[in-house]
Design a protein around this ligand. Structure first.
Ligand SMILES: [Zn+2]
Length: 492
């Protein structure tokens, strides 16, 4: 017995040793010793440029014939007038009419070009919610230092931020070594099929290979995350895939006074219930694994120990993360029944019942895997399962945090925001950058705007707004990205 207790004691000691070695073996992954950028001489008027850009109602529509193309033309004319150096020194191609592709020739043809992108379309303001906006959504009014309007965050801040940065650099006579593309889509909010996708296809047809792509997707989470109150720049290194399945059941119909045990509505409802009770398996690898590697050394001891020993604490970490919808979305493929159609009259048995289920697919899973999971979970031949298909996409590959693009982003963030931690992350929504897979392995998704949980709700929501200082920071960040890019010489 004594001997057993001794062996147990030894085993506990060994385990503790392993846990602590893992915890302290890896130090901080934050770039150290980066000099803070000196403030740029940017005129206050740049916020007026963004304000004017907001006033064009560039609302995209899944049916391109329904978009107000005059507004898009006016936006393009406005940036042409506002950024004269860009429009005299860079080459502009209009792709499929409203997609904008600029090319800035670098001095060193040995370097692969890079691509900065964003979209200038916006989502509509939901009818009836205009009243709850503090200022009219397309009036672009300033309240003190805050500019209100649809698109201030998503995503005219990126488009105008890149344009301001490039115009500023041209004014100072800067000549990049690397060539740069700037790509701005007109329909990201309705899938990007007309804009982002066409621009990417054009570059593919020209056999272009890119060093890196930087799109929207991640922000600076100013209120941190549970356990870490410091602001964190979450740089998307991967994004989830997308699929919508239609489930349908055909019943007999007839008079509701003599119903069968289950109508088509009952069969379909039961199928959805079964599916929801069989969630996809949660995983901690991939982009979320990288996120934890970056955050662990910054965490208080207990969390640091758990995050550094995921081989042991994985179930506990997953159950903690899964408690919030946002956390849950980061560790598994999600299931969202979004549309249910059935029945015509209260005394008539329904014939057709159908529902749409939207899935956001975790890297590692696939559209086909989702279909198989759904069929297995429902396990009822009466329920037809079909892909809607139009917007389906598999999850993106995971971009390399050791690549030049990520190091450049990391360094530029530290130069502009010395108080901020940098971490790679998984983007749970879809961006136009997914069309660029194949043009580069290094696709990143980040705009350096500070947002807390409240601000995040304004994206696609009510009272979308940006602080004047935040917009200046975005411009400074893009200037740093472009000026700091010295080919392979970027350190750290
Ligand atoms: Zn967007």
């Amino acid at each position: 017995m004594k001997r057993f207790a001794f062996v147990l004691f030894l085993a506990v000691l060994v385990l503790l040793a392993i846990l602590f070695v893992n915890t302290y073996r890896k130090g901080s992954k934050q770039l150290q010793g980066v000099n803070t950028a000196s403030p740029l001489e940017l005129p206050d008027s740049i916020i007026n440029h963004l304000a004017q850009a907001i006033r064009f109602r560039t609302v995209s529509n899944a049916d391109p014939s329904q978009m107000d193309s005059a507004q898009f033309e006016k936006f393009i004319a406005y940036i042409g007038k506002t950024y004269p150096l860009i429009h005299s020194k860079l080459k502009l191609e209009r792709v499929n009419q409203f997609g904008l592709l600029y090319y800035w020739q670098g001095s060193n043809p040995q370097l692969k070009p890079a691509l900065l992108m964003g979209h200038y379309d916006v989502v509509p303001v939901i009818q009836g919610t205009e009243r709850i906006w503090k200022y009219k959504p397309f009036a672009a009014e300033m309240a003190g230092d805050i500019l209100y309007g649809r698109g201030t965050l998503d995503d005219k801040v990126t488009v105008m931020g890149i344009l301001e940065a490039v115009e500023h650099l041209l004014k100072t006579g800067h000549q990049p070594e690397r060539s740069y593309y700037l790509a701005f889509g007109q329909d990201e909010e309705v899938s990007g099929l007309q804009g982002g996708k066409q621009i990417a296809e054009l570059l593919k047809s020209r056999k272009v290979q890119l060093e890196y792509v930087l799109d929207e997707g991640g922000v600076i989470k100013s209120d941190g995350i549970p356990g870490l109150e410091k602001p964190i720049a979450l740089v998307g290194v991967a994004e989830k895939g997308y699929a919508t399945l239609e489930l349908s059941v055909t019943g007999e119909g007839g008079h509701s006074s003599m119903p069968p045990p289950q109508t088509s509505i009952g069969v379909l409802a039961e199928a959805i219930d079964r599916l929801q009770k069989k969630p996809f398996q949660a995983r901690l690898g991939g982009a979320i694994g990288h996120l934890q590697d970056y955050l662990a050394p910054e965490m208080p001891l207990g969390t640091r120990l758990a995050m550094s020993n995921r081989w042991l604490f994985k179930p506990a970490i997953i159950s903690m993360i899964s408690q919030s919808p946002a956390g849950n979305a980061s560790v598994r493929t999600t299931i969202a029944p979004t549309v249910f159609n059935a029945g015509v009259k209260d005394n008539v048995l329904p014939i057709e019942a159908s529902a749409r289920i939207n899935f956001r697919i975790l890297p590692g899973d696939s559209v086909e895997g989702v279909v198989a999971h759904v069929k297995k979970a429902i396990n009822n031949p009466q329920v037809k399962v079909e892909k809607l298909g139009q917007f389906d996409s598999n999850p993106s590959p995971i971009s390399d945090t050791a690549s030049l693009g990520f190091r450049l982003i990391h360094r530029s963030i530290k130069r502009c925001f010395p108080d901020v931690l940098v971490a790679p992350n998984l983007v749970v929504g879809a961006t136009d950058s997914r069309y660029y897979t194949g043009l580069t392995n290094n696709i990143f998704r980040f705009v350096p705007v500070r947002m807390n949980d409240e601000d995040l709700k304004r994206v696609h929501g009510t009272n979308e707004r940006i602080n004047k200082g935040d917009f200046k920071n975005v411009v400074t960040f893009f200037v740093e990205m472009l000026k700091g890019d010295r080919g392979e010489k970027v350190k750290g």
